[in-house]
Structure formats: structure tokens, C-alpha cells
Design a protein. Structure first.
Length: 134
């Protein structure tokens, strides 16, 4: 049941990400990418940002961006979002449904299954000492 609730968060996205120090710089980068056709990596280099390509699970995106990411077509830029400090420009290069052959998905599934199997046993058989400090 818990895994079914988290299944959507396991959608995998192939992305290009550019990180910028300010919201204004990230929006300017979006304009260069969409209006001028400049490659994300080039825009990032010119503006002193960071550039990364990789695979991200939907659940790893900030919550405010998840719905847009899930509905975005391949090639689309997501709205600028802040993520652990930098302001991000993200292009969705591809996405795929959860699959146990994907190492990231498999790791999350194994973790959830283990947690759900062990947690009731811990609650039933282990009595934790009171951790109150005098």
C-alpha cells in the first residue's frame, strides 16, 4: 500500500540542469535558451552557472515543480525553481515509468519494502529507554 502511494514519485526523468546564483540570472538563461536557441551548457558557461545532465526521480524534484515535470513534454523547460540554494533551469530530455530494472527505482523500492517489513517488528519487540535528559 505504501509503495502504491509512492509509485508516482518513482517516475524517472532524463534532464539537463543549469544552476544560477539568482532568480534573475536563471530567467535570463531561459530567454537565451528559448528565444536565441543557445545550448544550455553554453548559457551556463557564459553566465558562470553550473551545468549537469542526469537522471532524477520525480520525488527528488521540489514539490512545487512535480506536477509540471510530470506533464512536461520531452524538450520542454520547466519553470525556474530554487533547489537547495541555486535557481535551476531544467530541460526534460526524457521520462519513463517506474521500472525495477532502473537502479534508482529499485533502491527506493527496496528501502520502502524493508522499512515497512521491519518497522512493525521494531515497534512490537523493542522498548526504547526514555531519552529524557534530566
Amino acid at each position: 500500500e505504501v509503495l502504491r502511494k509512492r509509485w508516482e514519485a518513482l517516475f524517472a526523468f532524463d534532464v539537463e540542469l543549469c544552476g544560477f546564483a539568482s532568480d534573475a540570472a536563471a530567467h535570463e538563461a531561459c530567454l537565451c535558451i528559448t528565444e536565441d536557441g543557445t545550448a544550455m551548457e553554453a548559457v551556463s558557461a557564459m553566465a558562470g552557472g553550473t551545468f549537469t545532465q542526469g537522471r532524477i526521480l520525480l520525488g527528488d524534484f521540489p514539490e512545487a515543480v512535480r506536477t509540471r515535470a510530470l506533464s512536461a513534454p520531452t524538450g520542454a523547460l520547466l519553470p525556474v525553481f530554487e533547489w537547495n540554494g541555486p535557481f535551476m533551469v531544467c530541460r526534460v530530455c526524457g521520462k519513463s515509468e517506474p521500472s525495477l530494472t532502473d537502479p534508482q527505482t529499485r533502491a527506493v523500492v527496496e528501502s520502502v519494502v524493508l522499512e515497512e517489513a521491519v518497522a512493525p517488528l521494531i515497534r512490537r519487540h523493542i522498548t526504547w529507554p526514555d531519552r529524557a535528559v534530566s
